[in-house]
Design a protein around this ligand. Structure first.
Ligand SMILES: Cc1cc2nc3c(=O)[nH]c(=O)nc-3n(C[C@H](O)[C@H](O)[C@H](O)COP(=O)(O)OP(=O)(O)OC[C@H]3O[C@@H](n4cnc5c(N)ncnc54)[C@H](O)[C@@H]3O)c2cc1C
Length: 465
């Protein structure tokens, strides 16, 4: 009988459908549950730059701790750099294997390689289990072995070849931690205040139980209308599960399986889960995407880095209500509706011709669901330089988008209260209302900004620098 060290990380904060936990339980023997408070994420200065993610993560960590205790085990929370703590504890605690869930992001891949090397030198195997995606990234390929560069054939190939298995149940009981463990410094899950942060009540509750409740509400109440209402800015028509998938308070296959038997609505919803899958497949294949455009002809594109324009966009002062509502929703709640993300990102990259990576970094910092792979795909899609992206010459019209997806202006009025008393006719073009408003005039003219971007892009793409 061996001794397994289960290393929980920030993307698998659950006990249900947790492959490393199930594998260790199956093997029998001792089981030690670990979470490392790595300064890479938890140093106060770093945490303050990711306020909503840190809030959700800490709540989820406390929930995981409580669940493991309830099942008879214990979560050891140890401060320090993972690359040092994990190999040190494996030796100190006489573990004969370390198990964890795989990460696809370059930062996680690099960390895991170093840890595998250190553990290998100690003769301790490091087992990485899949679970971050429905199929291991990189496994759905074309006949000649390439990744699909277009989403629809990718999704078709996925549906034909991948059988998504039933999620593993939560364990009924776990063995107590071994009694002979050498003492090490453990700490309680930090409070937000200790990291210099204040709780934002608008951020959804963390933890596995809250995630399950969200999934149930979505399947019972919203899934039926998903195909239509998912695009409406003024309706709660989507699942609101993105932070759960990001932090693993629900496994992706739990969500995939929960919609089984719901016909066309499930097909549409699963299509979105496959966009997530597509993003992960590509990031694993091309880790450099976090730095450069997918389409090489966009390298050296003459994006602007105008700080004044960027500040107006971030603070919701562009004078375009749908764009500004998105900016304020992000800062106030840690979430932005998908349609609003597309409108806001397109505006930044095309109307303002700002480097999309400025917006990408801002989103990653403020979104609760901020996810390297999906965020990058979304930004590159919007800027027109990504994999299966919106063509560069399509420029979203923020007025028409607003009128179509927020027809009465309820979304705008919620986040841009200066416009609350405006008649719905003018809500997406308030400058036409003929009233003095405490709201900025448009910082660029839509038609002129569109023409300017098209000219810029045409000139660059004809003769890339
Ligand atoms: C510029 C931009 C940035 C984005 N950044 C992120 C991000 O950092 N993290 C993130 O999770 N999503 C991101 N998205 C995708 C999408 O906006 C969110 O996943 C969605 O709004 C989350 O709400 P939901 O869970 O209610 O979505 P639902 O409509 O209920 O979708 C269910 C799940 O499918 C996945 N999904 C939905 N839409 C997409 C999409 N367009 N691409 C890939 N996966 C998708 C998500 O995991 C989502 O939780 C971004 C999109 C854009 C345009």
């Amino acid at each position: 009988m061996g001794r397994a060290l289960i290393w929980f990380r920030g993307k698998d904060l659950r006990v249900t459908d947790h492959a490393p936990l199930a594998a260790a339980l199956d093997a029998g023997g001792d089981l030690i549950c670990l979470f490392v408070l790595d300064p890479h994420f938890f140093a106060p200065a770093r945490a303050r730059g990711l306020p909503h993610r840190v809030q959700f993560l800490l709540e989820s960590l406390r929930s995981l701790e409580a669940n493991l205790t309830r099942l008879g085990s214990k979560l050891f929370i140890v401060p320090g750099r993972s690359v040092e703590v994990v190999p040190r504890l494996a030796t100190l605690w006489k573990a004969d294997r370390v198990l964890a869930s795989r990460w696809s992001e370059p930062v996680g891949v690099a960390r895991d390689l170093r840890i595998a090397g250190a553990l290998g030198r100690q003769g301790v195997p490091f087992e990485l289990h899949e679970g971050e995606t429905l199929a291991p990234p990189g496994t759905v390929r074309t006949g000649d072995g390439r990744l699909h560069a277009v989403f629809t054939p990718f999704a078709r190939a996925f549906e034909q070849r991948v059988l998504v298995e039933t999620p593993l149940p939560a364990p009924k009981r776990l063995p107590p931690p071994p009694t002979d463990l050498a003492r090490v410094e453990t700490v309680p899950a930090p409070s937000l205040e200790s990291l210099g942060l204040r709780r934002n009540p608008e951020v959804l509750e963390g933890g596995e139980r809250a995630a399950r409740a969200r999934l149930k509400r979505f399947v019972d109440e919203a899934l039926g209308g998903y195909s239509i209402s998912r695009d409406r800015l003024d309706q709660d028509g989507t699942s609101r599960l993105s932070q759960d998938l990001k932090f693993g308070t629900l496994s992706i296959r739990t969500v995939w399986n929960a919609v089984r038997g719901h016909g066309e609505a499930a097909r549409r919803f699963r299509g979105e889960l496959l966009w997530r899958e597509f993003a992960y497949h590509w990031l694993r294949e091309r880790p450099d995407l976090l730095e450069k455009p997918f389409r090489s002809e966009f390298e050296a594109f003459p994006w602007s880095r105008d700080e004044a324009l960027f500040a107006a966009w971030k603070e919701g002062r562009t004078g375009y209500p749908a764009v500004d509502a998105a900016a304020r929703q992000l800062r106030e709640t840690g979430f932005v509706h998908n349609r609003a993300r597309m409108i806001a990102a397109s505006f930044l990259a095309k109307h303002l011709a700002l480097d999309f990576r400025m917006g990408e970094a801002h989103y990653l910092a403020w979104l609760t669901d901020g996810d390297w792979a999906i965020n990058d795909l979304g930004w590159q899609w919007s800027a027109g330089c990504g994999c299966d992206a919106q063509p560069w010459f399509r420029v979203f019209n923020p007025i028409l988008q607003g009128q179509k997806f927020d027809p009465d202006g309820a979304y705008v009025k919620r986040f841009v209260p200066e416009l609350a008393s405006l008649d719905a006719r003018w809500i997406h073009e308030p400058w036409k209302a003929g009233r003095r408003l405490d709201y900025p005039a448009p910082i660029v003219d839509h038609a002129a900004a569109r023409a300017r971007f098209l000219q810029l892009a045409k000139a660059h793409l004809k003769a890339p620098a």
